[in-house]
Design a protein around this ligand. Structure first.
Ligand code: ZN
Length: 144
């Protein structure tokens, strides 16, 4: 029952991805790929007063990659850079199996827990997140 619900969340985000496209002009733009599956993702974002006001993803990915990117944009918009980094860090730890999945702030992300059973797909689920982190890093480097 629960698995069906989670599958539904993933399929819903895959069919109707949220925040798909490009932010223009953008403060960050990063590209990531996962050759194991053929996923390609472009992340762009704009900050205002220290918060992420726009965050979009583009590219071609499998259902898990696309759903994960779509959920991620919803989770990160409105957050400050440190808050966003922290959430990304927790998610990546969960996807590495280092910490258990949970916490109210995870919401739809719980749907991705099932991916842990398929280690080859973990990279699909983490691609957009790692790419966003990479974009943040470039942004920080530019400012310092
Ligand atoms: Zn994939």
């Amino acid at each position: 029952m629960l698995e069906e619900l989670y599958e539904e969340i993933i399929l819903d985000h895959y069919r109707r991805p949220r925040n798909k496209g490009k932010v223009d002009p953008s403060d960050i733009a990063a590209h990531g790929s996962n050759p194991l599956c053929g996923d390609e993702v472009d992340i762009s974002a704009r900050f205002q007063d220290g918060r992420i006001v726009e965050l979009k993803f583009d590219g071609k990915g499998c259902a898990i990659c696309t759903a994960s990117a779509s959920i991620m944009t919803q989770k990160l918009i409105g957050k400050t850079l440190p808050e966003a980094r922290q959430l990304i860090g927790s998610f990546l730890n969960m996807m590495r199996g280092e910490t258990s999945f949970g916490g109210k702030e995870m919401g739809d992300l719980k749907a991705l827990e099932g991916v842990l059973k398929f280690p080859v797909r973990v990279k699909c689920a983490t691609l957009a997140w790692n790419t966003t982190l990479q974009g943040f890093q470039q942004h920080t480097d530019k400012q310092s």
